[in-house]
Design a protein around this ligand. Structure first.
Ligand code: AKB
Length: 336
C-alpha cells in the first residue's frame, strides 16, 4: 500500500490527478487544500485535510503518515503572485521548504526515498525582449533562466532547492545510506482542462476563451493576437506527472524537465475556438502587466531530455486536443 500526498488538491491539476490516482491499485491518497474538497473529489481519497501548506502545525500532522510520493501542487500562480508578492513567496517558497524537510524526515524514518513531484513552469524563463523571445525559439532547461515574476523566481529557486536537498542533504541522512528524498520537477506549459477553469494564472486566456465560447459568451482576450507560449491538454499534464514519478531513478539524467505539446499564438487558438463554437466574438484587450508576463515567457521549450530519459511524448497535439478532448468534453460540461 502506497500513501500519497497531494497538496493544492482543489486546483486544476489536482482535480485530474485525483481521478488518475483513484484508478491506481494499492494507493491511499491524502489531500491538503485551503478549501474543503467537493463531494466528488472527496469520494476519491482516503483523507481530505483542510489547511495551509505553509503552516508548520499542518505539516507536523501530515508527517505522521509514511508518504511514499508527494505531489506538491499548492502554489499561487503568476498573476496572483504579482498582486501579492510577499504572500506568494511565503506559500511558494516557505511552503515548499517545509514539505521538502518533512519528506526528508519521512524518508529517514522509513528507509525509503520519498518521491517529491514538483510542478514547475515556463515562468522560470525570462526573455529580455520580444526579439530575444522570437530568436530563442524552443529553449532548453538551462538557458534564459532570468524570470521577471515573483512566481517564476519562486519556482526556479524551489527547483534548485529540491535538487540540492535530494543530491546533497537528502542522501546524507539515512544510516543505511538510503537516499531520503527523490525530487523530480516538470516545467509545465499553460495547461488547458475541459472540466475546470483556472484562476490566478497568466496562461488563463486560452482556457478562459474556450470555456467562454462553449457557453456562447463573447471573450475579450487579455493578450495580443500574436502572443505565443506553449500549451498542453490536461490529460497529458497528468500523464507527465505520473510517468516522471514512475521513471526508474537511474534513467534520470537531470531533476528538472521541460515538457510541451503545442505552441500556438492567441489568434491561432481563437481561430480554432471560433470554428468550434460559431457565433461568439473574440476580441483583444491586452492588459499591460499580463501581456508583459507572456512576452517574458518563452515561445516554446525543447523537451528532448524528457523524451530521451523517461519516454515523454504527448498524446494530444493541438488538433487532437480540440477535436477529441476539449470540444466534446466542454460541450458536455455545459450541456450541449
Ligand atoms: C500561470 O499562468 O501562472 C501558470 C503557469 C504557466 O505556470 N498557468
Amino acid at each position: 500500500m502506497q500513501t500519497v500526498l497531494v497538496t493544492g488538491a482543489n486546483g486544476e491539476i489536482g482535480h485530474s490527478l485525483l481521478h488518475a490516482l483513484a484508478a491506481r491499485e494499492g494507493c491511499r491518497v491524502i489531500t491538503l487544500d485551503l478549501a474543503p474538497l467537493g463531494d466528488e473529489l472527496r469520494s476519491l481519497v482516503h483523507d481530505a485535510r483542510v489547511g495551509d501548506v505553509s503552516d508548520p502545525a499542518v505539516v507536523a500532522e501530515l508527517e505522521k503518515n509514511d508518504f511514499t510520493e508527494i505531489y506538491h501542487l499548492a502554489a499561487l500562480l503568476s498573476t496572483s503572485s504579482e498582486k501579492n508578492p510577499e504572500r506568494a513567496h511565503h506559500v511558494n517558497v516557505n511552503g515548499t521548504m517545509g514539505l521538502l524537510l518533512m519528506a526528508r524526515r519521512i524518508g529517514v524514518r522509513t528507509g525509503t526515498a520519498v518521491k517529491f513531484l514538483f510542478p514547475s513552469t515556463i515562468a522560470v524563463f525570462g526573455m529580455g525582449s520580444l526579439d530575444e523571445k522570437n530568436r530563442a525559439g524552443a529553449v532548453t532547461e538551462f538557458s534564459h533562466l532570468q524570470p521577471t515574476t515573483m512566481y517564476g523566481i519562486n519556482k526556479v529557486y524551489c527547483e534548485q532547492l529540491g535538487s540540492y536537498m535530494s543530491d546533497r542533504f537528502g542522501q546524507l541522512t539515512n544510516e543505511a545510506g538510503v537516499k531520503a528524498l527523490d525530487f523530480r520537477a516538470l516545467r509545465f506549459p499553460g495547461l488547458i482542462s475541459a472540466t475546470t477553469v483556472p484562476t490566478g494564472g497568466t496562461s488563463d486566456y486560452a482556457p478562459e476563451m474556450i470555456h467562454a465560447a462553449a457557453q456562447g459568451k463573447d471573450y475579450a482576450c487579455f493578450v495580443r493576437p500574436d502572443a505565443r507560449i506553449p500549451f498542453m491538454a490536461m490529460p497529458d499534464g497528468v500523464k507527465a506527472l505520473l510517468d516522471l514519478a514512475a521513471a526508474p531513478a537511474e534513467k534520470l539524467t537531470q531533476r528538472v524537465y521541460n515538457i510541451r505539446a503545442f505552441s500556438p499564438s492567441a489568434e491561432e487558438i481563437a481561430t480554432v475556438v471560433a470554428k468550434a463554437f460559431p457565433g461568439v466574438s473574440i476580441t483583444y484587450a491586452p492588459h499591460p502587466v499580463r501581456q508583459a508576463i507572456i512576452d517574458s515567457w518563452c515561445a516554446d521549450v525543447d523537451d528532448a531530455a524528457a523524451r530521451r530519459d523517461w519516454g515523454w511524448t504527448p498524446d494530444y497535439d493541438m488538433q487532437r486536443a480540440f477535436d477529441e478532448y476539449l470540444i466534446p468534453t466542454i460541450a458536455r460540461v455545459y450541456g450541449g
